[in-house]
Write a protein that binds this ligand. Sequence first.
Ligand SMILES: Cc1cc2nc3c(=O)[nH]c(=O)nc-3n(C[C@H](O)[C@H](O)[C@H](O)COP(=O)(O)OP(=O)(O)OC[C@H]3O[C@@H](n4cnc5c(N)ncnc54)[C@H](O)[C@@H]3O)c2cc1C
Ligand code: FES
Ligand code: FES
Length: 1343
Amino acid sequence: MLIAQKMSHDMENSMMPESDELVFFVNGRKVVERNVDPELNLITYLRRKLGLTGTKLGCGEGGCGSCTVMISKYSPLQGKIVHMAVNACLAPLCSLHHTAVTTVEGIGSTGTQLHPVQERIAKAHGSQCGFCTPGFVMSVYTLLRNNLNPTMEEIEDTLQGNLCRCTGYRPILEGYRTFTQSSSCCGGAGDGRNCCKVQPNKKSPKLFESSEFKPLDPTQEPIFPPELALSESPRRTLVFRGERVTWIQPTTLSELLALKAKHPEARLVVGNTEVGIEMKFKNMLYPVILAPTRIPELNSTQRTETGILFGAACTLTYIGSMLKEAVDELPGYRTEVFRAVLEQLRWFAGQQIRNVAAVGGNIMTASPISDLNPLFVASGCLLTLASQGSTRVVRMDVDFFTGYRKTMLSPQEVLVSVEIPYTRKGEYFSTFKQAQRREDDIAIVNCGMRVAFREGTSVVEELELSYGGMGPTTVSAKKTCQELLGKQWNKELLQRACSLLASELTLSPSAPGGMVQFRRTLSLSFFFKFYLSVLQKLGQDFKGDFQVESIPPEQISATELFHKDPTSSVQLFQGAPPDQVPTDVVGHPLPHLSSLKQATGEAIYCDDLPRFEKELYLALVTSTEAHAQISSIDTSQALKVPGVTCFLTAKDIPGSNVTGHIAMDETVFADDVVTCVGHIIGAVVADTEAHAQIAAKAVKVTYKKLKPIITIQEAISHRSFHIPPLKLENGNIEQGFGQADDIVEGEIHIGGQEHFYLETHCTVAVPRGEDGEMEVFSSTQSPSETQVIVAKVLGVPANKIVCRVKRLGGGFGGKESRSTILSTVVAVAAYKTKRPVRCALSRDVDMLVSGGRNPFLGRYKVGYQKSGKIVAVDLTLYCNAGNTLDLSSSILERAMFHMGNSYKIPNIRGIGYPCKTNLPSNTAFRGFGGPQGMLIAETWMDAVIQKSGLPADQVRKLNLYQEGDITYFSQKMEDVNIVKCWDECMESSSYHSRRKAVDEFNRQYRWKKRGLAIIPTMFGASFTATFLNQAGALVHIYTDGSVLLTHGGTEMGQGLHTKMVQVASRALGIPVSRIHISETSTATVPNTSPTAASVSSDLNGMAIKNACQTLLERLEPFKAANPTGAWEQWVFAAYMERVSLSAAGFYRTPDLNYNWNENKGRAYSYFSYGVACSEVEVDCLTGDHKNLRTDIVMDVGLSLNPALDIGQVEGAFAQGLGLFTLEELRYSPDGVLYTRGPGTYKIPAAGDIPAKFNVSLLREAPNKKAIYSSKAVGEPPLFLAASIFFAIKDAIVAARAASGVMEPFRLDSPATPDRIRVACVDALTEMCPPAEPGTFTPWNVEV
Ligand SMILES: Cc1cc2nc3c(=O)[nH]c(=O)nc-3n(C[C@H](O)[C@H](O)[C@H](O)COP(=O)(O)OP(=O)(O)OC[C@H]3O[C@@H](n4cnc5c(N)ncnc54)[C@H](O)[C@@H]3O)c2cc1C
Ligand code: FES
Ligand code: FES
């Protein structure tokens, strides 16, 4: 099919004119490109052809914003030059004719001049791994090019399409707040007890000094190329022809219609935000593409008597600006629909998408979850359709959609324009949308609702209720609407409407998309909101004219539209002591040492390495079955794709195909049997990325299916476990229950989590040509493990392999062990072809193959006394490990070490099972099982609180560990700071007064409920595999006094290298500027542990200190001989005396000797403590929630670098917030992962962080166990986000109480809108009961 299509395309090509030249500018430089391939997008061109690697590829589907660039062009429609931020990953190169592209490299660099947008994000600590940073820079840069004085709200809106996985967004927003007039400091006015001015003893140094920032100077901006400004591009048809696709850009409607008549199968492409996705992810090929962006009829706008008419190619941003103008000018009653469209556009994708996506594209895609189609249908928009020789105008109603993603248009027809109508007096229009995430997310259910009343009455004359997400097309509740005509708008109508809707808008329990009960309930909840808001408007507009039912005050909360609260934050920390020498910057908030380079795009990540001579590209071929025997692999079509070099399987492995981490239970390539969807079967190697990927998709594999085990429940019933159960027991559990006054029992399921590091897995393997040597550049947290495993697979000793890591674009545990599934394959390809081979996984493949955080099921039975004291805990933990053990047994161990959180439990028994399932192996993820163990702990604690009726804060505090307590894993508690953190957080959050305020709020409002929770955490610092608690360092001093520092840890955004330079600077007594870290390499420091377990600073810092001390001892005689001399003089003198200026350092954490079998010895060197208090507001009708405020007190010892540590606290908290409230991996019952990119898998966006976000590092808390009295910080704060989970649960309790339901309920994690809404039981949920489990096959299963 693929080849046949290509042949017919080739024949057609030979009859068409030559390809045109594409002319555009990049960073002021003119580019003339002949033979442009229409399949090429801007990002590939920038990165591979122009070497502009500052623009990053995070997802390739418009969902992360890391590829943001600015496009400037003359807009004939607006008669001016427009600058817009766009996603380079979706922008076809062909669409850029006569535009100017500005990339992050084009606005400033460290070598020349930094642009203020680059400087401010870096110096405000808004760049950790830096992979997202160029995207943020370019979004804000574009905003400033259009608006020199933005408000904070505008900055937040502009960043809706940019994701960051590291920072928690607060420092990015704070850095860019400096471009606005607003301040996040309350100035002593309003932030209560957390205010640094109210509590002078909390006075804290600043994290950055904004007065030092370079001012924004618009006169310094590059100008729009005069060549493009002078003339609009010539009005002639352009044709660009590629290997498989031809792109035609006509200039008149008649030409377009003629082309469409000739090529009815051709696609019209404007923004390419739909077609681009189909081509990339759905393997679609459209040999002819017609670009209508220069056709006047499709790009104009006009106000008519009945509405505003927009050409179908008008972008959503443009439509928004026109509608806003109309809303400002016209009387309110005329613009009901316009305001609804504007409200919907607020939450439609991000600005990069809205800037290019056309209204016609949205309509014609005919997606059942389109945000605009329900509005257009309900408002009765008019569409003009044309084909050669005919034009027709149709009213947009549900008959417009003839099936899933199908419309009534004939193949020869195009949509020319859409008219959005005015409304009249007595006509009301509303729209609602509920998505998993508020910003930049597609709807779960949305709707447009219109009612028109008989003049002078509240009798319904017209009613349209149109929904998305309730079927394969946009649907209308026709029957319901019909029945309600002629009825009064009152309670009776409401009740009738709800029961009609419940029976009309049904969904099969197996409906695609799942969440059936939620979606059905939403369709009623939206109507309820509409009903109330119309009542409210009727009351306002016709007060006294006729009788309108009044709305009880507590109901009003249902009608309020979501509004963002202004953001503010406080960061408090102890400064370095005043007597510290100025060159010693330990304890100072030094910015991440690479942050400026990250902000200018100069920082090099694995895939930014320039191409090597004769380099090849690799693409994986993976299993589509969860469990099957491979019957055949047909590569015949794949090998015909141009540029393909070879196809690799297990047979091509020179050494061992068998690999693994704790157990040797993995293979590089599947051997005969596949055990998960995404199991790597083979790999295609080709000359380019595009060819490799096309060929990989053309490999045909047939299978003989075997029965898969997907869920924990299935594993339990088949007793499918990787190893025998783990047991941890202390005290006497039976006696404990005997002492209890009451017992609670229950269970919780905790979903997994995708790492979503912005940089996907990447490896470049370069054979060195001699002795089997190979250099492996890899985005790995474990260079040594990569070296050893690659060596084993290639059958060479480890000394032939060097693994090098410059930096990672985020790791979070996902690149600890799973990176070798790619590096081994790429190394085999390089071995086989004897050429350098590269592969950076595309986001969907990365998510498919690499696994994530282990889902857990926890069952508990807990005994407690009347006081709230816990006396016995009996737990069973199951973790879904996936198809191999990987690190899951260690993860389960840590979960069990943390299954009591910070509480003293005298009698406990925990049993843990690592379930073997047919999912891709799950693995390390920040917290390493700790968060799952602690969430189970807080769930049973919450159950005790609910049942006992005691105040939550009282019960939790009562059970906290005290100094000298012995944990259930036999560790004596020393320097316990948990109570200190608790008391400080209670005070800084004003817990008691806010508890009262929350209860009062909940009494006043029926449909909005607030919740408040304070939660502790305690995290053990050390690898629980004792041997890993070691590190090495190598320090060279050169004769000019400069120092090259190397250690075993990798830099992945956490600022490890920055802290290590600070440590070396103090140890050697020289300024930071003299010290450089180039990379992590197995050739310099051998046998290193993974950069993991939060202890990399502890271990490597000590090793560095050790090396520095050796060097200092060697330099001592030269210092003594020349006490007033300078560093470089001592160094040079030592050199002249033939003293070695290079030293290795080593460290092993002392006293670690835990023995699991005997439950004896010391498991952790020490603990990091923290407490968080969070408040949320839940919309009980939609399940939406807002994070209103979080206060954190975190014990990080004496911080090595408070800016980096606060960055870790905020970043971990945001990741935990994703884990517990937002991020949901969804699998089919057959084990197919549905959520394979940012479009379907939602990590927190900037709008999700608490509106008030206060972080305080505990003062006066030195830790004698780690380098310079610091503490581990990477993982410990993550669990604090459980405070949001339990605040949500608290709000749900209030909502249920309002419905008279008092019994305890189960809330699984994450607390998504679906789970929240269904838990907030009321009359509407009762009208939509769930189907009986077991009577149907669900669309997705909880794994
Ligand atoms: C990251 C991301 C986020 C998104 N978020 C949302 C969201 O929140 N809500 C939502 O509703 N959608 C969303 N979408 C979907 C998409 O952006 C919209 O549907 C958009 O309006 C499509 O416009 P386009 O110009 O990019 O379409 P294109 O991809 O250029 O075209 C889409 C389809 O429409 C056809 N078409 C276009 N114009 C015409 C015409 N004049 N006549 C006939 N056929 C035509 C094309 O042939 C093609 O089949 C999102 C997409 C992405 C990638
Ligand atoms: S890479 Fe383009 S938006 Fe993610
Ligand atoms: S700094 Fe934003 S993704 Fe790492």
